[in-house]
Design a protein around this ligand. Structure first.
Ligand SMILES: C[S@@+](CC[C@H](N)C(=O)[O-])C[C@H]1O[C@@H](n2cnc3c(N)ncnc32)[C@H](O)[C@@H]1O
Length: 219
């Protein structure tokens, strides 16, 4: 497997499996290396479909994904409208993992680009810091989610705030509002303490939890 800097935290997998009980299929629009497929080890019996922009992560996935699609989540032409019972995903967070320059010093870089070993595709949110471009792209992607989700479907989003220049950046609240714009109604918000990276500029002031947002979609 080509290394990936931001796969799901292990403890989230059984939570997803429980939330997805009764779903015949689930789509991860930002599939990464396909770790969502581990829900099958916790009783999920439906199909796991993943979409990922960077081919190498999909092609070297060690997980039991039923179907892979390579492309931009904002334009999933391969997917029929109203065809998914659920979407379960984790977007990038617009934090320093999106750094896209080549380090001049030999310091440790935990970024999407450095783990992949090449520049990311232009449309990859993993090269977008928190800002207009990041927000516009997620708007496009969430619009596409509302097309492919069934009416009454489930939308699960794992996301987190981060610290920039000593201030909390309210990424979670933004995602909540953006999804609400597309007919998603927040039904549950699960906060989970997670171990965060112990190095880098903001090491001493990390946000200590991640969120799992659960929405029901009403077309
Ligand atoms: C936070 S990671 C998700 C990792 C995944 N949950 C896992 O456990 O393997 C976000 C992923 O979204 C992908 N991505 C970013 N922008 C994308 C886009 N526009 N379309 C499809 N995938 C995209 C990135 O390449 C990255 O692998």
């Amino acid at each position: 497997m080509i290394k990936h800097p931001a796969t799901y935290t292990n403890s989230f997998i059984p939570i997803f499996a429980e939330l997805l009980i009764g779903c015949d299929n689930v789509l991860d629009i930002f599939g990464g290396v396909g770790k969502l497929a581990l829900i099958k080890e916790y009783g999920f019996t439906g199909k796991v479909i993943c979409n990922e922009l960077e081919r190498e992560w999909a092609e070297t996935s060690p997980y039991n994904v039923d179907e892979w699609h390579i492309g931009d989540a904002a334009n999933m032409d391969w997917a029929e409208s109203n065809s998914f019972d659920a979407i379960c995903t984790s977007p990038t967070y617009g934090n320093r993992m999106a750094d896209h320059h080549n380090a001049k010093d030999g310091s440790k870089r935990v970024t999407y680009k450095h783990f992949l070993g090449r520049d990311l595709n232009e449309a990859n949110t993993g090269r977008m810091q928190w800002g207009d471009k990041y927000r516009e792209k997620h708007f496009e992607v969430y619009k596409e989610c509302s097309r492919v989700l069934k009416n009454g479907g489930l939308m699960i989003v794992n996301v987190s705030d981060h610290i920039r220049k000593g201030q909390v950046v309210n990424v979670v609240d933004w995602h909540k509002e953006a999804l609400t714009n597309f007919g998603m109604k927040l039904t549950e918000e699960i906060k989970i303490e997670t171990p965060r990276m112990g190095f880098g500029q903001n090491a001493k002031s990390r946000v200590q939890h991640e969120c799992i947002l659960v929405f029901k979609y009403y077309a």
